[in-house]
Ligand binder design. Structure first.
Ligand code: SF4
Ligand code: FES
Length: 260
């Protein structure tokens, strides 16, 4: 059978257009190891990890678990910034491990620690019980007895400008990064926190809802909305574009009689 010789120029052009495989690099991953029933301070263990430019911090931690030390405790599920499970401090800042690429950190050493302002279960896994209980206390649902579907009930028409008032706050995935970054939470363990206050605003601002007075009573307490010093770090770290600091200001507006 006759073979066709591909001209050299064509071969070179093909090679240039092929996706480039980046060289694997090696970084040092420092993992905080702590078992609160046995120690107060974490010890850091270092692992050398091969990474590509798309490797995430979560993938680097899972490499350690699969190949070097299976006992590292880390929580994750979706691996796509949707479930809110994998929050941790990465090089000092609260971030989602599955949503943070090693390459974007621009450092040969990556340090991962459990989030601040949460009880530590072990290593990188923290306890969300209090945050979830506080979220529930904010009544995170539309309160409206008339919304029950009865014969003759009409569709509730919500205009785009009505939706705009609360839409960004409904993107919260309850990852806790905002609570972890909040300076007030670090001094007042009973503070409602930016996550809960943003959700109180999300439902209060919904024009289908009639629970405004119930929620305002809950947030207007000694560990409530007035403890916020407006540091703004909650909004800075949120991976979903939620602005809890703004929600807190708008909720205060309702309490001062400015909101409708
Ligand atoms: S407001 Fe943002 S940072 Fe806070 S829990 Fe929700 S998604 Fe996470
Ligand atoms: S694993 Fe779900 S948000 Fe990171």
């Amino acid at each position: 059978m006759a073979t066709v010789e591909v001209p050299k120029e064509e071969k070179d052009a093909h090679a240039a257009s092929a996706p480039q495989q980046s060289e694997p690099k090696t970084i040092t991953l420092r993992i905080a190891r702590i078992n609160p029933s046995e120690q107060h301070e974490p010890k850091f263990e270092e692992f050398k990890i091969p990474v590509q430019k798309w490797t995430t911090v979560l993938e680097a931690i899972l490499f350690v678990k699969q190949n070097l030390d299976h006992s590292v405790a880390v929580r994750y599920s979706c691996r796509q910034a949707s479930c809110g499970s994998c929050g941790m401090k990465i090089n000092g800042k609260p971030r989602l491990a599955c949503y943070t690429k090693i390459s974007e950190l621009d450092s040969p050493v990556i340090t991962v620690e459990p989030m601040n302002n949460f009880p530590i279960i072990r290593d990188l896994a923290v306890d969300f019980k209090q945050m979830f209980a506080t979220h529930k206390r904010m009544k995170p649902f539309v309160i409206n007895e008339e919304s029950e579907v009865k014969p003759g009930t009409k569709e509730f028409v919500q205009k785009p400008e009505d939706l705009e008032k609360f839409l960004q706050f409904s993107y919260c995935i309850k990852c806790g990064l905002c609570n972890s970054a909040c300076p007030t939470m670090s001094t007042d363990k009973s503070f409602i926190g930016p996550q809960g206050l943003a959700q109180a605003y999300r439902y209060t601002a919904d024009n289908r809802d009639k629970g405004k007075n119930e929620r305002l009573k809950i947030v207007d307490e000694s560990h409530g909305i007035w403890r916020c010093h407006f540091a703004g770090s909650c909004s800075y770290v949120c991976p979903k574009g939620v602005d809890p600091a703004m929600a807190i200001q708008l909720l205060r507006g309702y309490l001062l009689g400015f909101g409708k």
